[in-house]
Design a protein around this ligand. Structure first.
Ligand code: ADP
Ligand code: AMP
Length: 222
């Protein structure tokens, strides 16, 4: 059975950082719907035009748009060996759509690590976050700066601050997307016995150790 994971947590909790580290180690596809939407905005596609204003306000892109985009992504062959979902599902309707897509494929979610972190620490992380234009590699101006200021260590592209990484938009995303929309999703997977709470407030090394221990347990089948 492929390892199919959902990384959940408020914006800025460190899901993307951990998913990018772990996915290649375990041959998993890292599927970040926020990255896919920002790419669509950059490309100026129809999807990008729909998503741009919604994302800038910190609102959720409509379920039918996200579910369609995800369905197409799931059909790519790199998902066959398992995946980490980062930023999807974010509503109960998305979770139910995901469950049926996986059931059709004879697959199911293996585990749902939920990254827990308070709003003050989130604001500190997000205000310092910088990402690269080429591939969304993630940095932090204080705790994970690039070797050359403003330039991605990995691909040399420019680093920028996301439009929605401002304090008012983060507060809106935290309330609307995490406290309100995501709660039923956590409850849904908790009822299925799949949720594992992760203390996301520790250092990268501490959080990595928690995630690695979880993956080792899942690998053992325990
Ligand atoms: P998410 O994907 O949950 O929105 P990110 O992985 O993009 O969050 O992390 C948000 C910011 O916090 C980034 O600037 C990242 O470098 C930084 N970060 C990630 N994990 C940690 C950690 N354990 N300690 C301190 N900063 C972290
Ligand atoms: P992220 O990069 O995960 O922080 O997502 C950035 C923005 O993209 C979010 O604030 C939403 O506006 C939008 N978005 C990403 N994933 C989803 C999703 N699963 N459902 C609805 N909107 C999403």
């Amino acid at each position: 059975m492929p390892l199919d994971l959902i990384f959940m947590g408020p914006p800025g909790a460190g899901k993307g950082t951990q998913a990018a580290r772990v996915a290649p180690l375990h041959g998993l596809a890292h599927i970040a719907t926020g990255d896919m939407l920002r790419e669509a905005v950059r490309d100026g596609s129809e999807l990008g035009r729909v998503a741009k204003e919604i994302m800038a306000r910190g609102d959720l892109v409509p379920d039918d748009v996200i579910i369609g985009m995800f369905r197409e992504r799931l059909s790519a062959p790199d998902t066959e060996g398992g995946f980490i979902l980062d930023g999807f599902p974010r509503t109960l309707a998305q979770a139910q759509a995901l469950d049926s897509m996986l059931a059709e494929l004879g697959r199911g979610i293996s585990s749902v690590p939920v990254f827990e972190l308070g709003l003050e620490q989130l604001l500190e992380r997000v205000s310092g976050r910088r990402v690269c234009r080429e591939a969304e590699h993630v940095y932090h101006v204080v705790s994970a700066p690039p070797k050359t200021s403003g330039t991605c260590d990995i691909d040399g592209s420019e680093l920028y601050q996301r439009d929605d990484d401002t304090e008012p938009v983060i507060r809106a995303r935290y309330q609307k997307q995490w406290v309100e929309a995501a709660k039923p999703v956590v409850d849904h997977y908790d009822a299925a016995g799949l949720v594992v709470f992760i203390d996301a407030g520790g250092s990268r090394e501490q959080v990595s150790a928690e995630i690695d221990a979880l993956l080792a347990r899942l690998g053992d089948g325990s």
